[in-house]
Structures are given as C-alpha cells and as structure tokens.
Unconditional design. Structure first.
Length: 194
C-alpha cells in the first residue's frame, strides 16, 4: 500500500508543479504583455501621453486669432490662450470701447460712470470678436459694476481688482460666444463716482 500511496501522490505533485509554473511564470508574462499592448494602443489613439497621433488629431482652427510679433508677422497659435505672453516679443493692440458704462453702486445712492479700453497681443480678430459681441459684453460689464461699492473703488487695490474682474468677464463672454478670449488687460479711460 505504501507503493500505491507514492504512486498516487506523484501525479499530484506534477499537477501542483505545473499549476505553480503557470501561475508564477506564464501568467505574469501574459499580464505584462497585455499591459504593454494596452498602453501602446492607448498612446497611439491619443488617450494618454502626447504621442504623435494625439498631436495630429488636435484641431487648430486656421481662423483663430494669432499672436502678433513686434515685427508684424503672425506667430504660430501653438501657445494656448492661458500662457503668459512675453511683451518683449509680442505687440499689443489697443481698443477703446466707444460708449461709457453707467451703473448704480451697491452701497450708496451714487453711481459709477466708467470708460474702458482693452489690450490684446493677438491679431485684429480678437477686437472684431469684441465688437461683434458688444451687447453681451456690455451686459456682463454692467453686472460687475452693479456689485461694486464706493469705498472699495476709492482705493488703488479696489480699482485693480475691478480691472481684473472686467478682464475675466469680457474674456468669459468672448470664449462663450467666439470660442476664444484673448483680452490681455483692461484700462480705465474715464472713472467718475458720483
């Protein structure tokens, strides 16, 4: 009987050895190979990384505004709108909004009358977009002005904060309507609190 037990146990050891071999040698190789294959597939489709296919599928609108170099040549639009532009390299264009803005202040019976101008490092398309969207831009600016207080606007910090708010709201309207903001700064051409 002891020989029978040895004979019965011998095949079990071989089966266990084969399972262990598959489990610890072949299975990890299959998983690693599958992971590498999935990674290469995802990178090729542009799902991860910055592979060449991801760059070729990126849509660059040829009609989008372009940065203007100081020499007057168009710069490539590869720079996103959110990148800080070097004023030593790119030319600013300025535009003054013709009609002033008049709004009541939120904390007094007084009102604010404000003239503004804007600057952009992009070509004339940004100014054209601003002109085309004048009514929604005016509305958004008036909404911001109606939230202001006289005390805040009488300080340099308050005026700077208002300029930043106006830049943000104007760019927001332009992005929503035209797909691109491009306003670099807002300036006061007149500023009257009564």
């Amino acid at each position: 009987m002891s020989d029978d037990k040895k004979a019965d146990s011998a095949p079990k050891k071989k089966g266990g050895l084969i399972k262990k071999l598959v489990m610890f040698a072949v299975l990890p190789l299959v998983l690693i190979g599958g992971g590498i294959g999935a990674g290469v597939f995802a990178a090729g489709k542009g799902l991860v990384g910055g592979g060449d296919k991801a760059k070729t599928h990126r849509h660059v609108d040829p009609n989008a505004p372009k940065l203007v170099l100081k020499e007057g040549e168009d710069a490539p639009i590869d720079l996103p709108e959110t990148v800080k532009v070097d004023p030593e390299v790119y030319k600013s264009s300025y535009y003054t909004v013709e009609q002033p803005f008049t709004s009541n202040l939120s904390d007094t019976e007084g009102f604010l009358q404000l003239g503004i101008g804007v600057s952009t490092y992009y070509d004339a398309k940004v100014i054209d977009h601003l002109k085309d969207s004048e009514m929604p831009v005016r509305s958004a600016v008036l909404e911001v002005l109606a939230q202001q207080t006289a005390d805040k606007l009488n300080t340099p910090e308050g005026k700077l904060a208002l300029r930043r708010q106006l830049k943000g709201v104007i760019n927001g309207v332009l992005r929503e309507r035209e797909g691109f903001g491009g306003i670099d700064d807002v300036y006061f051409t007149s500023f009257i609190i009564q």
